[in-house]
Design a protein around this ligand. Structure first.
Ligand SMILES: Cc1cc2nc3c(=O)[nH]c(=O)nc-3n(C[C@H](O)[C@H](O)[C@H](O)COP(=O)(O)O)c2cc1C
Length: 157
């Protein structure tokens, strides 16, 4: 969808510890890598499920780390997330993850990310996704993702 027009990499966040200020400085190696990866990217695309009308804790954890200074007390150097172009897509039930994405937008705005004007996509998962773990996108959903991809590419061009 976008992979033939941009270099796309998937963030593996499985080794990122839960943030607390006792382990913040120096940052754990996985967090340094996360910050470097985000800093080097032209844009970040968040795909998230909705958990209880919000985004999951592990998504929040990533942005909490990205919102913090690299050196203790240095609030002058921009953080890795400051001004970063971001778009989001959610997957969940009938509500099309609207509440999740609204709350994520609030967080991203607070930490200074640049939420792209590209349309967001809210995916209502098909029945088999819930019963068999098999996600099947409708043509309408594919088209929405295609449109989002194009708008992202246009914005970062
Ligand atoms: C704790 C929890 C809360 C959930 N709350 C919602 C919700 O508020 N709205 C919704 O649409 N789906 C909700 N779901 C369904 C998930 O969004 C959906 O199953 C998603 O595919 C899970 O992705 P994951 O396997 O990456 O966790 C919830 C699932 C879990 C586990």
């Amino acid at each position: 969808m976008i992979g033939d027009q941009a270099n796309v990499s998937y963030l593996d966040y499985s080794d990122i510890p839960f943030i607390n200020q006792d382990i913040e400085f120096p940052a754990p190696a996985a967090v340094t890598k996360l910050r470097e990866t985000v800093a080097a990217a032209d844009a970040v695309w968040v795909f998230t499920p909705e958990y209880n009308y919000s985004y999951p804790g592990h998504v929040k954890n990533i942005f909490d780390w990205l919102s913090r200074p690299v050196v203790a007390g240095d609030y002058q150097t921009p953080t890795a997330i400051k001004g970063k172009k971001i778009t989001m897509t959610g997957a969940g039930g009938q509500g099309q993850t609207m509440k999740c994405r609204a709350k994520l937008a609030e967080l991203l705005t607070f930490i200074g990310a640049d939420i792209m004007p590209a349309q967001q996509t809210g995916i209502t998962l098909n029945k088999e996704a819930w019963t068999e773990g098999k996600m099947i996108l409708t043509e309408e959903q594919r088209n929405a993702l295609q449109k989002q991809s194009q708008e992202v590419l246009n914005y970062i061009a």
